[in-house]
Design a protein around this ligand. Structure first.
Ligand SMILES: Cc1cc2nc3c(=O)[nH]c(=O)nc-3n(C[C@H](O)[C@H](O)[C@H](O)COP(=O)(O)O)c2cc1C
Length: 268
């Protein structure tokens, strides 16, 4: 075959494609477990960061997690914890994967559009809560939250203090918003704005909101408000909607009510 023959050019091109395809596929398959482990570590990092337990970068995430975090599975509609013995294997705390659970009909219920501010279509029947334990008592509760931003579903954690009203952190461990715009949800300066904001008023009414622009510090509403991200109105609206959805009646509302009355009765 001549070097410039069409057959030879095609054979070489196909050969190169095949070798490249095999290389890419092998790399993707071999890297998958490492990627999964990194995602898992990133999630632990975010839970511990929302818990305020990450003082230095080289902390041993696994042992900090084991020492200070006690995970529980909650029946969201009833707002009560479930005995782990009664749970299917995939719902147990160490296996619990929100993305997977939210795809399984049996473990979710559809949301009517008027209740679906977070635009998630189906809400899990069961959710995991991470209790932060310090000196034998629960100091914070880390509630997973998620919902649509502009380009992506954003997955994060909202930490509530032991009074169940004060926000201690909001952090996202997965989203596809634009770096420098909606991606600023990861900006530590913006995340700090959430600390000590009040989610509910004295009557238990949901008040927290992300405003367009800046919060007026002189306003009586300031303790319930967080600055919006500039140039990112749509992501900001998504964060506002998902936080309010998850703190509301179709999200963590019943669990927060259950805890509040249990604390009042002295049962917790
Ligand atoms: C390439 C590109 C990426 C964008 N990414 C985001 C984003 O991640 N989040 C967002 O809210 N707006 C994003 N926007 C801007 C929106 O399209 C829209 O203009 C903006 O949300 C309006 O916000 P403003 O009223 O604060 O200016 C992006 C725009 C472009 C052109």
């Amino acid at each position: 075959m001549k070097n410039e023959s069409t057959m030879k050019i095609l054979t070489v091109a196909l050969g190169v494609c095949l070798v490249c395809a095999i290389l890419v596929a092998t790399t993707a398959v071999t890297l998958k477990p490492i990627q999964r482990q990194n995602q898992e570590n990133d999630k632990l990092h975010n839970i511990l960061s929302a818990a305020g337990l990450l003082q230095n970068n080289d902390a041993d995430l696994q042992s900090l997690f084991r020492k200070h975090i006690r995970a529980e599975i909650i029946h969201l509609e009833k707002g009560i914890p479930i005995d782990p013995q009664k749970l299917d294997e995939s719902l147990k705390a160490d296996q619990f994967n929100i993305k997977e659970i939210s795809k399984i009909d049996e473990y979710t219920r559809p949301l009517p559009p008027e209740d679906d501010a977070a635009q998630i279509k189906n809400v899990p029947r069961y959710m995991i809560v991470y209790n932060v334990i310090q000196r034998d008592s629960v100091t914070k509760r880390i509630l997973p939250v998620y919902g649509k931003g502009l380009w992506s579903t954003m997955y994060g954690f909202l930490a509530l203090g032991s009074d169940l009203r004060t926000i201690q952190a909001l952090t996202f461990y997965e989203h596809g918003e634009t770096p420098g715009l909606g991606g600023e949800v990861d900006n530590p300066r913006w995340k700090r704005l959430w600390i000590d904001k009040q989610a509910f008023d004295e009557e238990g009414e949901l008040k927290i909101e992300v405003v367009k622009g800046q919060v007026n510090p002189a306003s009586p509403k300031a303790k319930y408000q967080v600055d919006g991200l500039s140039g990112s109105t749509l992501t900001t609206r998504g964060v506002n909607n998902l936080v309010r959805f998850w703190l509301g009646k179709s999200g963590w509302g019943p669990y927060i009510n259950y805890l509040t009355s249990a604390i009042k009765k002295g049962n917790l």
